[in-house]
Design a protein around this ligand. Sequence first.
Ligand code: FES
Ligand code: FES
Length: 158
Amino acid sequence: MSKMHVKMTVNGKPVEGLAEPRTLLIHFLREELNLTGPHIGCDTSHCGACTVDMDGKSVKACTVFVGQAEGAEVTTIEGIAHPDGTLHALQEAFRQHHGLQCGFCTPGMITRAWRLLQENPSPTEEEIRYGISGNLCRCTGYSRVVQAILAAAEHMRG
Ligand code: FES
Ligand code: FES
């Protein structure tokens, strides 16, 4: 199959590459750009492990063809920490509040929470649970994930 030339901005840097039109964004990120933070848990849009941010919205990168991301601003978990390498408040809160166990869901969960807190800097517990309802976690039972997001929100509000 012939390949298309795609360009986008990923984690603040312009990137380009060749990909078959049927290529999913998650595969382009992981296999062409070597950004393996976003995971593939199901490839059927259920688990949210592949969640990235695209043009200001959380998307499941297994549901986006790479051509749909042409010209987009994409942020993955690799772009969430501060440029000097220090952890973002969400990452720090997940660490402190045990918001992860195996960690498989964590990149998608944090990337989703990152957008959620920009949409709503003061979410209630219920709003957080609704906001992350597209991200499945098989380990934590969600309580500590919610606690971590609440703590990060408080920290970020100062
Ligand atoms: S891998 Fe995309 S939702 Fe599961
Ligand atoms: S920490 Fe294991 S799936 Fe969420």
